[in-house]
Design a binder for this molecule. Sequence first.
Ligand code: COI
Length: 353
Amino acid sequence: QSLSVFKTTSYQEKPNDHELSFGRTFTDHMFLMDYSEESGWHDARITPYQPLQVDPAAMVFHYGQSVFEGLKAYLSPEGEPLLFRPQKNLQRLNQSNERLCIPQIDEDFLLYALKQLIQIEKDWIPTSEGMSLYIRPTVISTQPFLGVAPSTNYTLMIILSPVGAYYKEGINPVKIAVENDYVRAVRGGTGEAKTGGNYAASLKAQEVAAQDGYAQVLWLDGVEKRYIEEVGSMNVFFKIGDEVVTPQLNGSILNGITRDSAMALLRHWGYHVTERVITIDELYTEYEKGNVLEAFGTGTAAAISPIGQLDWGHKEMVFNNGETGHLAKNLYDTLMGIQYGKIDDPFDWVINV
Ligand code: COI
């Protein structure tokens, strides 16, 4: 596959780092590639950032056949762009593609194209602490057809967004409600795939929780509503006595790359980390015994987000006095240190662009 590059002639003025929130500013260029049954994935190109022309009958608008990814580029102290485990995201993109009946993509070629795009947009990578260039690959189904079937045509795009903190709280603890009415995903559904529908399905619960003053909800499993699955759009961890627990992957939980990285670091530090089923009843019982020492979410956007308080109906759980715990802080600092190329990277997670 070859990659064509069309540079823009009108460059935007870049915002100051302190003006950045999450996902509202986009860089000057993007990557595009099309799929058709005759040509496979073809016409890979970097172009000026611009609206797409998509047929109103395109299947993505009607049945939501689409997948996306999220990863970040960071600037090293030497001013070089770095990527954190990008191969994992591209692998997961293809796993999501498989679930959504979207054709597989050459991961090596996509990484090459992504690196070219980042090189072109290097000056867009924020330099302030905690800031980075968020990378959003998305595949949409573009065949104009109203029948329910896998599309024959697709477009893959990669857009870039310089970002600050995802939650306004930053690394400060958030207040969470256990969700009892709505579910995010069910086993056998699409919960493990990174597809827009999962996020659309989560909005109602999030909206209701926000009205009651919560930042996010804790999701229980969609069948028995007993097993803890995720928190907001993140994976979730609890420190219970000497054990660090995260729900085991079961098909409805997203296989988070920050989740995997947090487990690896915790094990490297000698913690006893388990991936297992954990019910909300068990969590509350352990809490009452004084054993739940910390809770936090993990994800690319916010990295680590401590849970200060978790309300299960009228039962309130406050972890670590509502303050950021030791594990959350160490994980946050270590992940940041590795991602910005500032500290030793024992697992060779970071690659140069
Ligand atoms: C995350 O990075 O934690 C996400 O789930 C991505 C989010 C912006 C949808």
